[in-house]
Design a protein around this ligand. Sequence first.
Ligand SMILES: Cc1cc2nc3c(=O)[nH]c(=O)nc-3n(C[C@H](O)[C@H](O)[C@H](O)COP(=O)(O)O)c2cc1C
Ligand SMILES: [Mn+2]
Length: 477
Amino acid sequence: MPARDLREWIALLEREGELRRIAAEVDPHLEITEIVDRVVRTGGPALLFENPQGSERPLLINQFGTERRMCLAFGVEKLDDVAAKLADVLEMQPPEGLAAKVRGLRTLKSIADSRPSVVRKGPSQEIVLRGDDVDLGLLPVQTCWPGDAAPFITLPAVITHDPRTGTRNVGMYRLQVLGPRSTAMHWQIHKDGRADYLFSEDRLEVAVALGLDPITTYSASAPLPKHIDELMVAGFLRGEPVELVRGVSVVIEVPARAEIVLEGYIEKGEVAQEGPFGDHTGYYTPAEPFPVFHVTAMTMRHDAIYPSIVVGKPPQEDAWLGKATERIFLPAVKMTVPEIVDYDLPVAGAFHNLVIVSIRKAFPGHALKVMHAIWGLGMLSLTKGIVVVDAHVDVHDYAQVMFYVGANVDPKRDVVISEGPLDHLDHAPTLQFVGGKIGIDATAKSPAEGAREWPAEIEMSPEIRELVNRRWSEYGI
Ligand SMILES: Cc1cc2nc3c(=O)[nH]c(=O)nc-3n(C[C@H](O)[C@H](O)[C@H](O)COP(=O)(O)O)c2cc1C
Ligand SMILES: [Mn+2]
């Protein structure tokens, strides 16, 4: 059974020895960041700050900070097991034979049962504050870094609907607190929430859920195609639908078991300066105008727990949200580019800066084809640098990758400089949003690609390996 909500998840973490409660009074202004930064870097536990200074609500952080906790969240041994579940659906073929048909039906049923279910009442609405009673100051919102403009809500699930089609979207977009009843809405230009906003005529209703079961929280950060409802995917990955309840002041259904929900609207064209904010790029992103979110109602549990995350110079807690996406989306990437064997988005590359990809190379120029495919694929299109290696290279072993980049590349022949869209937050390009791309073809080249005869790689023969295995103890080494 997956955790139904944040509480069940916290209980699971505690049972597994993965959570520490901190009773000391700690300041959400910078102090929590410094503590978490140290704990994340040593692979330490999730932290529940029971007495954040200035708030009666506890603050949970570092719930996702290790591979083990990420696997616990999904109830799997390794993150590739989550991917396998999705691959089953993506790779569904017309079934042959009864057993395959039954299996196919089961898969179809699990998709059909993934849609959220609407319930009449939920604990997320135990307390209802409306109008002037709304006060974001009730929450222990962190100011993460010294140069941050204000406190930022960093782990929200922002729910909107496409005004044309009604399709729901859930995205994780940080919210800078502007006042007791308003925040900025930091959806970047490539994001689905922003598209909903652009399609709205005057007002777009918005609901923000804080404190969810870990899979639903993760789903808000997943780069799904616009028309796919993140809550449906969360239901599929959980094996149980997400429960929703009608909002108290908006025509949006909100998670029934959330800790806290902010309901409100965004007026088309109303913007405020957002930032600076110490971002996952490792730098402060400068102030930029973003839409203003007006909170018309704030609902909560009686003893609501506020969830937070700190991003900054990698590695931080979000590394594991990113790695989950890397693994979970591999089958979908392979659907479009089947020659891809595996890929790795290094945490130190902040995910959009570098992709290492291994391919089953079948024709001259194949590595170039794959580079351009990645530069045209969903959010991967924002990738700045791509390294392509042959199928046998382990893309997760950076020393191995470096070896082939050094050994197999003639920079004049094998480096592609291209251009295209770049991450909203990338400060390096001359222009914001668009700039250079680099592709490095580190595969073995053929004469058809202008190479001389390619030498053989050194490897010991299997017989001798076997012999040494057998005799190892005799050597006394
Ligand atoms: C901790 C964390 C914070 C994030 N903050 C933002 C943000 O402020 N703005 C943004 O556009 N994307 C942010 N993202 C990335 C988006 O959540 C991600 O691109 C997601 O796919 C957006 O949903 P969408 O595809 O429905 O637009 C963040 C991701 C994480 C893990
Ligand atoms: Mn989306």
